[in-house]
Design a protein around this ligand. Structure first.
Ligand SMILES: Cc1cc2nc3c(=O)[nH]c(=O)nc-3n(C[C@H](O)[C@H](O)[C@H](O)COP(=O)(O)OP(=O)(O)OC[C@H]3O[C@@H](n4cnc5c(N)ncnc54)[C@H](O)[C@@H]3O)c2cc1C
Length: 454
């Protein structure tokens, strides 16, 4: 696929920037609760606190929805991500916690859309764990069995049964969740914040967080906020403050590419009848999805480690975009002449076990640090639970399952997640593709279909 005319964005390809960005904080402020970071997590926390009658101030460095909230693949997952076999081995007791949390999170985001009447092109057609080779199908079946053993749900089937495109052997469809336009969702939740009693300051980066004399002081360029309680909801960006517990997660940069619009009859040739989003079962997944504008969005595949804090405002590297475009052409050979219209990326916080992380410093600073590649619905659900915990002083069961005050990332994991290892994992995934014959399989399926048509 051609990438010579690809547009690189340092925001997202899903929506434009808002033209009504709220003014920055100008002067000092005292409040009961302050939330820092206006992603899906921070916005959901602030909305829930306001709904529960709390006085809440929301501080966002750019504008609400600026981070991964608007940049992600838009796949609402109703089951946990990551390698369930490894997770079962190292933290088996957490698997049922993750399965339950993922289901509740999926339903929570569906409710959020309904409550605030947000039109974000949501289709509840279930995310599919797709296999591109018979070998990968074995892995899908093992993962599905583990999921079922801890109370999760999913339907295993072959390509035809699940309505998957050519290039796939089969997979497992999650029963909760589906696909949406994440930019429209973030814009809709931002609108709900603007219409609520939440006091919102955009263009207001917090450069320091300090606990002094029973209150928390937040430093911003033009004023200090003094709050009784603070929720840090900046996710991958959280490591820039001294107060953030170390080793809870590491920041990774992941990208998305989007094709130019494809003629409906060419898309029909793919036989992607379910239109479900698909995540592969590589060590690092690649995901593929169709959009309302007849394009294909594909992402993740090779994450890059953040160089340190503050995280740079960047665009995807052209070599990565080319690599992903070549993968799209391998998967969908009939579309090899299609161009990649745009590419963007964003920062996510990754924890060692793919479990979301929330916790508390002292009695007045709360944080939500890492919701990994499945954060689109888990982040707002964790935010809602944090708000309830602050108001009721009673820990919701799902929140207790991911609560982590102590570092859960051993310091050595930080070294393991280095650029060399990430590259090595990518190479192993590609070797796996080569030896499992997935590229040849996609072409064979096409030839077989051509013969059947004749
Ligand atoms: C390319 C990509 C694809 C993805 N695909 C999926 C997917 O398909 N499905 C899924 O479930 N998840 C996906 N994810 C993950 C998911 O998007 C994230 O886990 C989730 O959006 C994190 O939400 P958040 O609110 O915690 O963080 P963010 O949305 O990143 O919000 C953090 C906010 O904090 C602000 N901020 C940062 N520093 C400061 C500061 N000092 N002061 C004030 N504000 C600050 C930022 O500007 C930002 O708005 C993807 C992520 C990316 C990047």
């Amino acid at each position: 696929m051609r990438t010579d005319a690809t547009r690189y964005s340092n925001f997202t390809g899903w929506i434009d920037r808002p033209d009504d960005v709220r003014p920055a904080l100008d002067g000092d402020l005292t409040c009961d609760i302050a939330v820092v970071g206006g992603g899906m997590g921070g916005m959901a926390t602030a909305l829930r606190l306001a709904e529960r009658g709390q006085e809440v101030v929301l501080l966002e460095a750019e504008f609400c929805g600026y981070g991964s909230a608007s940049r992600n693949g838009g796949q609402i997952a109703g089951a946990p991500g990551g390698d369930l076999r490894m997770l079962g081995l190292f933290s088996g007791s957490k698997l049922s916690v993750m399965a339950k949390l993922a289901e509740h999170a999926g339903h929570y985001v569906e409710d959020l859309m309904k409550t605030h009447d947000i039109d974000c092109d949501y289709v509840a057609n279930g995310l599919v764990w797709g296999a591109i080779s018979p070998l990968m199908m074995l892995r899908v079946r093992t993962q599905a069995a583990i999921l079922r053993s801890v109370g999760g749900q999913g339907t295993v089937g072959n390509r035809e049964q699940l309505g998957l495109p050519t290039g796939f052997v089969g997979g497992m469809r999650e029963t909760i969740g589906g696909m949406l336009n994440p930019g429209k969702l973030a814009r809709g939740v931002r609108r709900a914040v603007l219409d609520s009693p939440v006091e919102l300051y955009e263009r207001t980066p917090v450069s320091d967080v300090r606990r002094t004399g029973g209150i928390v002081e937040l430093t911003t360029p033009n004023g200090t906020v003094r709050a009784n309680k603070v929720v840090l909801a900046t996710s991958a960006y959280g490591g820039e403050w001294d107060i953030t517990p170390k080793n809870l997660s590491v920041p990774l940069y992941v990208i998305e590419i989007e094709t130019e619009p494809i003629a409906p009859e060419r898309l029909a040739e793919l036989e992607w009848t379910s239109r479900s989003g698909i995540i592969t079962q590589h060590q690092v997944m690649t995901h593929y999805r169709l959009t309302e504008r007849n394009t294909i969005v594909c992402g993740v595949r090779r994450p890059e480690r953040g160089p340190g804090y503050p995280l740079p405002d960047r665009v995807p590297s052209p070599s990565l975009v080319k690599d992903m475009a070549a993968d799209l052409a391998d998967r969908f050979p009939t579309l090899a002449d299609v161009s990649i219209a745009q590419a963007w990326g964003g920062w996510i916080g990754i924890s060692a076990d793919w479990l979301s992380v929330a916790g508390q410093v002292g009695n007045n600073v709360y944080y939500s640090m890492a919701c990994n590649g499945h954060g689109l619905c888990q982040v707002p659900y964790v935010g809602k639970m944090l708000a309830d915990y602050i108001v009721d002083d009673e820990m919701p069961e799902d929140l207790a399952g991911i609560w982590s005050d102590a570092p859960k990332y051993p310091a050595s994991m930080d070294l393991v997640m280095n650029p060399f290892v990430l590259r090595l994992v990518w190479s192993l995934d590609r070797m796996n593709d080569f030896f499992s014959g997935s590229k040849a399989l996609a072409r064979r399926q096409l030839r077989r279909r051509g013969r059947a048509k004749r």
